[in-house]
Ligand binder design. Structure first.
Ligand code: TRP
Length: 340
């Protein structure tokens, strides 16, 4: 018997620091578009944020970041009237299901997770247990709603595969074929993979020590223009073909970002700037970036001025999320054999 599960999107982002252009072009903009295709649940994963020092023990910063990320979602176009928008810790079913799934997943599976190896670095024994079991909580985030589609970056593909393995094993072990759907990754394109403005081979990242490496969603027009002006380039004029970008990571990155912001195919951007100097390109680039990004920053500021309103939105979202998760969690408990 195969039941088809109704389409449902789930995705989340950690509330650590402010978001940058990579989060916007690589993730948020896709989330916004998916709202036209399927029902969507978007979560600020504050429970994941405490798995590492950056979130752990910083109560004030964490709550501030949660509100900021929420504001960024909304300012980018996530519509709380259409989609469910909430923070993870307000819906207890995530933690409840995570426990059960901790007992489904195998140590051997988690031992293979490359992101844990990267994040724990040289001192694995000093990492939190939560960091180790992070992918299981992520599986619970998705499965507690029986979500079918999960837009994520390439770096989350392995975690998604783990979620599928856990779902499959749960279905087998508890003799409930098709209880959980096997969630599909919707991998966001490499065309919108945004790299550092200081090094075209490194991802734009909130942890890079140089603020000039990234454009934050909260940057004002001056900061955006300055960062673009200072962005690393190479000595040659811009090429007239895709091929001409080979081996020129900085040129490629800037062209990619321009095309993504302009919402035009890359070939068009290349044709437009063929043979031009970087300084001509950068002027137009700065103008475009300011035009596209400053309204988001302004909207974020407006939203953040009224924390109570953001908290109300999160609470209303959490209630809707709870309403979906509660009956699924009740079925899980029955399947497992928990009384009550
Ligand atoms: N681990 C994801 C990331 O770092 C964030 C995340 C947590 C997530 N739970 C999720 C993404 C569930 C998609 C679905 O990007």
């Amino acid at each position: 018997m195969t039941t088809t599960h109704p389409n449902l999107v789930f995705s989340g982002m950690q509330p650590t620091n402010t978001l940058h252009l990579g989060n916007y072009l690589g993730a948020l903009r896709n989330w916004v578009k998916m709202q036209d295709q399927m029902p969507c649940i978007y979560c600020v994963v504050d429970m994941h944020a405490i798995t590492q020092d950056s979130g752990y023990g910083h109560a004030k910063d964490l709550s501030q970041s949660t509100r900021e990320v929420t504001a960024a979602y909304i300012a980018s176009g996530v519509d709380p009237a259409r989609s469910i928008l909430f923070n993870q810790s307000q819906v207890a079913a995530h933690a409840e299901l995570a426990w059960v799934l901790n007992c489904v997943g195998r140590l051997g599976w988690l031992d293979r997770m490359t992101q844990f190896k990267e994040k724990s670095g040289k001192h694995k024994e000093r990492s939190s247990v939560g960091l180790y079991t992070y992918p299981v909580l992520m599986a619970a985030d998705i499965l507690v709603y029986k979500a079918t589609h999960v837009p994520v970056g390439e770096d989350q593909r392995q975690h998604l595969e783990l979620a599928r393995d856990i779902a499959q094993k749960f279905n087998n072990d508890f003799d409930a074929p098709d209880f959980f759907p096997l969630p599909e990754p919707v991998i966001m394109g490499t065309a919108t993979r945004v790299m550092s403005l200081r090094d075209g081979t490194k991802k734009m990242s909130k942890t890079d020590e140089s603020d000039y490496s990234r454009i934050n969603l909260t940057d004002d027009a001056d900061a955006i223009a300055q960062k673009i002006k200072k962005a690393k380039t190479d000595p040659n004029p811009l090429p007239d073909s895709e091929k001409g970008l080979e081996g020129r990571p900085e040129a490629e990155n800037l062209i990619n970002i321009f095309a993504a912001l302009a919402e035009e195919p890359r070939e068009k951007t290349i044709a437009h700037f063929a043979g031009q100097t970087f300084s001509v390109f950068k002027n137009e680039f700065a103008e475009l970036a300011v035009e596209k990004l400053t309204p988001i920053a302004a909207e974020m500021r407006r939203l953040l001025a009224d924390k109570a309103e953001i908290d109300r939105i999160l609470k209303a979202g959490a209630e809707k999320a709870h309403a979906i998760a509660a009956p699924i969690m009740a079925d899980v408990k029955k399947l497992v054999g928990f009384v009550g």
